[in-house]
Design a protein around this ligand. Structure first.
Ligand code: GRF
Length: 187
């Protein structure tokens, strides 16, 4: 199988990055992670790029034209697929134009519910019955594109933000690889 050259964008912990790196070591998994881009110089996720010898770049998103630097590097590493994993910036329409239906994201709620930040506290406040995660294609609007995979669980009365997060993140580790396999199944 010819693996798709993939870039993972991160800003923080990188637990999804680590999970995808481990999956991608399997010959039958459709992507090869060739580049990691971080908007945070101190992101813990960068330690996984280092540990697994994957090229990584810090992008200072305060700088003008930082998107050009991203595009330059995506071309340099012949990237054909992009996974956002805890990336805290909006992907510009310029990049999306170049990577139409090739950018996916993971979000810690059952979209279209709870787009944006602070999903767990908003769910609890709203007395939601279910929580979960969503892998979706990225379009120009925040947390909006076509849904690929969704996984859910029931919220208990005694659940707090901390254990909602840990249950959600456990499901994310199954949902993200499953979505990638699903996308490339027919290629
Ligand atoms: C995940 O919960 C993801 O859904 C959200 O940000 C978090 C990133 O976690 N977009 P990590 O950096 O992959 O550990």
């Amino acid at each position: 199988m010819v693996k798709k050259n993939t870039c993972v964008f991160i800003s923080g912990q990188g637990s999804n990055l680590k999970n995808l790196i481990l999956y991608s070591r399997d010959n039958n998994f459709p992507i090869k992670i060739c580049l990691v881009i971080s908007s945070n110089k101190k992101a813990k996720g960068l330690t996984y790029a280092k540990r697994f010898n994957i090229p990584y770049i810090y992008i200072d998103t305060q700088r003008q034209n930082y998107e050009n630097k991203i595009l330059f590097n995506l071309r340099k590493y012949k990237i054909s697929f992009i996974c956002l994993a805890g990336y805290m910036k909006i992907i510009s329409s310029n990049i999306l134009r170049n990577y139409k239906k090739k950018v996916i994201n993971i979000h810690p709620s059952l979209l279209p519910k709870f787009k944006g930040l602070n999903t767990y506290s908003r769910m609890l406040k709203n007395n939601e019955k279910k929580a979960g995660c969503t892998v979706h294609f990225v379009d120009e609007k925040l947390d909006n594109g076509i849904i690929i995979v969704q996984k859910s669980f029931f919220i208990n009365n005694n659940d707090d933000e901390i254990n909602l997060k840990s249950q959600t993140q456990k499901l994310e580790k199954k949902a993200y690889p499953q979505a990638i396999i699903q996308i490339f199944r027919n290629y």
